[in-house]
Design a protein around this ligand. Structure first.
Ligand SMILES: *[C@@H]1O[C@H](CO)[C@@H](O)[C@H](O)[C@H]1NC(C)=O
Ligand SMILES: *[C@@H]1O[C@H](CO)[C@@H](O)[C@H](O)[C@H]1NC(C)=O
Ligand SMILES: *[C@@H]1O[C@H](CO)[C@@H](O)[C@H](O)[C@H]1NC(C)=O
Ligand SMILES: *[C@@H]1O[C@H](CO)[C@@H](O)[C@H](O)[C@H]1NC(C)=O
Length: 169
């Protein structure tokens, strides 16, 4: 059975590779974003520009590398105490990357029942600032979560919105 479907799988794989390669040889990073739309927070799937490249830098030669754009005022947050892990409804402080180094959590929205489960090691975007979503989103972290916040300089990150709702991964 496996030997019969193996060529089919290989064909599908090559086809998808070719379709993807037409856009960018190394692909683009896709991330879940919580963003503002009509004064409410929604989830979107963003593709970050430029695409991945293959690093030529000493120390990372040959690895896939993604530019995160220009950031400013980076910080790291330690959700150590259990009483600080549930933020309640709040907008993003600025349009920013959020990298979850340890722990994890859940983001929910007041306007629909979609839910983003965030595992340790995730990279997400929070850009639902008060001027685009007054209420914002809820975040609930596991005690011990460590999160790095990287605000985009001037609020700008070059990206393409693939679709509304979470990414399909
Ligand atoms: C934005 O939404 C909030 C909360 O629902 C509401 O109080 C506020 O009036 C809205 N602002 C605008 C400009 O519609
Ligand atoms: C955004 O990225 C695309 C693809 O890498 C590039 O063609 C475009 O010039 C960039 N736009 C800005 C404003 O940097
Ligand atoms: C959380 O509890 C600690 C004591 O464990 C206390 O010092 C701190 O003020 C509390 N923080 C909040 C936001 O309630
Ligand atoms: C909303 O405010 C952010 C800064 O918090 C800014 O980067 C962004 O351009 C503003 N958006 C609009 C639509 O005014």
């Amino acid at each position: 059975m496996l030997t019969r479907i193996a060529p089919l799988i290989l064909c599908l794989f090559l086809l998808s590779t070719i379709i993807y390669a037409a856009n960018s040889p190394n692909g683009n990073l896709q991330v879940h974003a919580v963003t503002g739309n009509n004064n409410a927070s929604i989830f979107q799937c963003w593709e970050v520009n430029p695409p991945f490249s293959i690093s030529q830098q000493a120390g990372t030669v040959g690895a896939k590398i993604q530019q995160l754009g220009i950031v400013q005022g980076a910080s790291v947050v330690f959700f150590n105490e259990k009483n600080v892990t549930y933020a309640g409804l709040h907008p993003a402080p600025s349009p920013q990357w959020v990298l979850i180094l340890a722990g994890g959590g859940t983001v929910t929205l007041p306007t629909n029942n979609q839910k983003l489960d965030i595992a340790q090691g995730s990279i997400i975007i929070a850009s639902d600032t008060a001027n685009v979503s007054e209420l914002g989103h809820n975040s609930d972290w596991v005690p011990g979560t460590i999160a790095v916040q990287l605000p985009f300089e001037n609020g700008f990150l070059n990206h393409t919105v693939l679709h509304n709702g979470l990414c399909n991964f």
